[in-house]
Design a protein around this ligand. Structure first.
Ligand code: ATP
Ligand code: MG
Length: 230
């Protein structure tokens, strides 16, 4: 009964409710039968009282766990729903450059424990970059998948690419590749620095690979959330 409570397992606490309830019912039935001396009757009342107090404590713990789970759920987001929203928001920019965006996922039920505004700041910038630094009539492929307790979001474009010796620098604040600067494509060079900070904050990773004139691919990964938003 005094075991340390595991917040993820509400079932354990509910199971613990059975013992005091059974005990209370048993002692009330005994009292109803009568024929007990005064000492035993008081003992029964004491047991009923202490078992009821245990019950009340357990009920309070259940309410606490539910509150904790609801607060965690508020911070989780469904990646498919969010990414489809970002694509819609970026449609005018994609149409202007005749870029086709396709999205593919191995499940519609992929959740991460990251607030929606933060996941938006990471992915909107990477998808926007994939459009901005693409070629006219280019393509953007977005893959969302879960594997071994992690969520992966792969964003690949058919764009201008990043010079090999500059790949490591693109997460530095205000850094813009020489290619981008020569082509006079607008930007301030801070989107990826912000995205990278948020990814680190939520125990994630960003990997980049690119081939000049062919493609750039970002793979963002996070631990998978087991709590769904309800
Ligand atoms: N998909 C991509 N293809 C080619 N180059 C890219 C790509 N994504 C990022 N880069 C390079 O990395 C640089 C930094 O990107 P970042 O998003 O931080 O800044 P930005 O796009 O220039 O400006 P903003 O702060 O408005 O996002 C870009 O300027 C560009 O040179
Ligand atoms: Mg950017």
């Amino acid at each position: 009964m005094n075991q340390k409570l595991d917040y993820s397992n509400l079932k354990d606490i509910v199971h613990d409710l059975k013992t005091p309830i059974t005990s209370i019912i048993g002692f009330v039935e005994l009292l109803k039968q009568g024929n007990h001396d005064e000492k035993s009757t008081f003992e029964f009342y004491d047991i009923i009282l202490s078992e009821s107090q245990k019950l009340l404590k357990l009920v309070n713990e259940i309410l606490c766990v539910q509150k904790h789970q609801m607060e965690s759920a508020e911070k989780t987001c469904n990646l498919n729903i969010q990414i489809n929203r970002y694509i819609k928001e970026l449609t005018p920019l994609a149409l202007k450059r005749n870029i086709e965006i396709s999205i593919n996922s191995n499940s519609n039920d992929i959740y991460v424990s990251i607030p929606e505004d933060k996941i938006s700041r990471i992915l909107t910038n990477i998808i926007e970059n994939a459009i901005k630094y693409n070629k006219e009539h280019g393509k953007v492929f977005i893959d969302i998948y879960n594997d071994k307790g992690k969520v992966f979001i792969k964003i690949r474009d058919t764009g201008i690419g990043i010079p090999e010796n500059e790949i490591d620098k693109i997460f530095s604040k205000y850094y813009r590749s020489t290619l981008t600067q020569n082509m006079c494509i607008e930007g301030s060079g801070i989107g990826l620095a912000i995205a990278n900070d948020i990814v680190q904050e939520y125990s994630g990773q960003i990997k980049v690979s690119s081939k000049l004139g062919e493609y750039t691919e970002f793979i963002v990964s996070f631990p998978l959330s087991h709590i769904k938003k309800f």
